[in-house]
Design a protein around this ligand. Sequence first.
Ligand code: ZN
Length: 112
Amino acid sequence: MRNFFFLIVLFFLSQWLLKKLRRANERAQQGDAQAGSATAGNGGTRRARTANGGGNGAAAEATPQLADPLIRCVQCGVHTPRSESIVVAGERFCCADHARRHANRPTGRDAR
Ligand SMILES: [Zn+2]
């Protein structure tokens, strides 16, 4: 009798796992599409973050680690997840402070 019960639990567990795997696959594809549009503008990353924090619980759950590659900060060289990095003028930074510092820094043309 105990074995029978165990089998039922196992069955539900495998079903749940399969569903989860399929969802993860779908979300990974969606995440790629979102990431592509996010790189288009400066506000992209910020907008994506607020969307996650908002009422859409499914989106907050759908942050696959594979679709969030590490990015090197141009100012300090620290590696940050892309969702947390800031893009300014095509350069990526770990925080707004470093983006400002990099912008204030004289360009090579002016220094010479
Ligand atoms: Zn930095």
